[in-house]
Design a protein around this ligand. Structure first.
Ligand SMILES: Cc1cc2nc3c(=O)[nH]c(=O)nc-3n(C[C@H](O)[C@H](O)[C@H](O)COP(=O)(O)O)c2cc1C
Length: 352
């Protein structure tokens, strides 16, 4: 590790921000304390909710950590398609004895208010998903001493990240669990996105920024591989989702290694933006028909997903997972960091 960003944490391991209550302060703190970089996910939080989590995390660890924001998305291109999808989901609502959500119940996720909090109460690292922040935002964060990272899924997106003046680019391969952080929602759900090793190599030849590699990484040998390809650190989501500290629903954790769920797919079924999850009934039945409409579809399906979770039915939940899900270990997060570090060393032939 050579860049100033990675001087913040001893091991080249970043715990991915995971919105929806997964990357809670307890998880981030355990990772930070073990020598990785823990992250809070503020994408679905209010500015105050984010502030409270930051306070809680600061009470649990004095080590550097990160906070992740979603970039605001353009207006819904096709409200009629959302209406058609809402009709399609009527049967789900009846089955789970609930109502679909209001697709128009919140387009503004409080991005500006969250930025204001992060400028008033600076944190060590801020990362951005779903787009590139304006240069003035990056400059303002730099002035308060915050490192900035932005997700890219193509070399062209990495160039945009470099132009914005960010400190590092998160190269997210198509293997990644959860949402693809494409800058515009042009992503196909057919899996034609770049695989991680190819993406890291291409980004390395395109921009001069330090690269954090994300997507499908479950073992230290894979971390060693992305470091050899030119990354300075690896960002792992699914691997940390399985830990006892993660706030993921127990059914979600169990599903990662349940032989019932053997495949993942990119789908718009739950949120309207391509995201990788375990193939379950909801994804199979609705994925092919879901429109490109984030966050409208996210609001529409939220009560259905909650009702499925209440009913203990994993077939109706959004089971975000990367392609490596079957290799998940339910080790405590600190022990997982230690195991990964030992595996990196073994892969490099160190200590022999
Ligand atoms: C449950 C879940 C939620 C996620 N939420 C976010 C998020 O809020 N912000 C973000 O930048 N990335 C998010 N991601 C994507 C991760 O940053 C990362 O790209 C991905 O987890 C890497 O692939 P892996 O899960 O195979 O390790 C999420 C991933 C998962 C699995």
């Amino acid at each position: 590790m050579s860049s100033a960003l990675t001087d913040l944490f001893p091991y080249p391991i970043v715990q991915a921000p995971m919105a929806g209550g997964v990357s809670v302060p307890q998880l981030a703190a355990a990772v930070c304390e073990a020598g990785g970089l823990g992250f809070l996910a503020a994408g679905y939080k209010t500015a105050d909710g984010m502030y409270q989590e930051i306070k809680q995390l600061r009470g649990l660890t004095g080590r550097p950590f990160g906070v992740n924001l979603f970039l605001p998305q353009p207006d819904c291109a096709d409200p009629a398609a959302v209406e058609v999808y809402a009709h399609q989901l009527a049967g789900e609502a009846a089955w789970y004895e609930t109502e679909p959500g209001d697709p128009d119940s919140g387009r503004d996720d409080g991005y500006d208010a969250k930025l204001a909090v992060l400028l008033d109460n600076p944190v060590p690292v801020v990362s951005f998903h779903f787009g590139v922040p304006g240069r003035e935002v990056v400059d303002a964060l730099h002035r308060v001493g915050t490192f900035t990272l932005v997700t890219a899924t193509t070399p062209e997106e990495a160039q945009a990240v470099e132009r914005a003046g960010a400190d590092a680019v998160i190269a997210q391969g198509v293997e990644a669990g959860g949402h693809q952080g494409t800058h515009r929602d042009v992503a196909e759900t057919d899996g034609s996105g770049l695989g991680l090793l190819s993406l890291v190599a291409q980004v390395r030849e395109t921009v001069g920024l330090p690269i954090v590699a994300a997507g499908g990484i479950m073992r230290g040998s894979q971390i060693a591989a992305v470091l050899a390809a030119g990354a300075v650190a690896a960002q792992l989501g699914t691997a940390f989702l399985a830990t006892p500290e993660s706030g993921a629903h127990p059914l979600h954790k169990q599903a990662l290694t349940n032989p019932l769920f053997v495949r993942t797919e990119l789908t718009r079924a739950f949120t309207g933006r391509p995201a990788r999850g375990l193939v379950n009934r909801f994804l199979r039945e609705h994925g092919p028909y879901a429109p490109a409409a984030y966050p409208e579809v996210h609001h529409l399906t939220a009560p259905l997903r909650k009702a499925a979770a209440r009913a203990g039915d994993a077939q109706g939940m959004a089971l975000w997972a990367g392609q490596g899900h079957r290799m998940a270990r339910d080790l405590p997060a600190g022990q997982l960091v230690e195991a990964l570090v030992a595996e990196v060393r073994a892969a490099r032939g160190e200590g022999r």
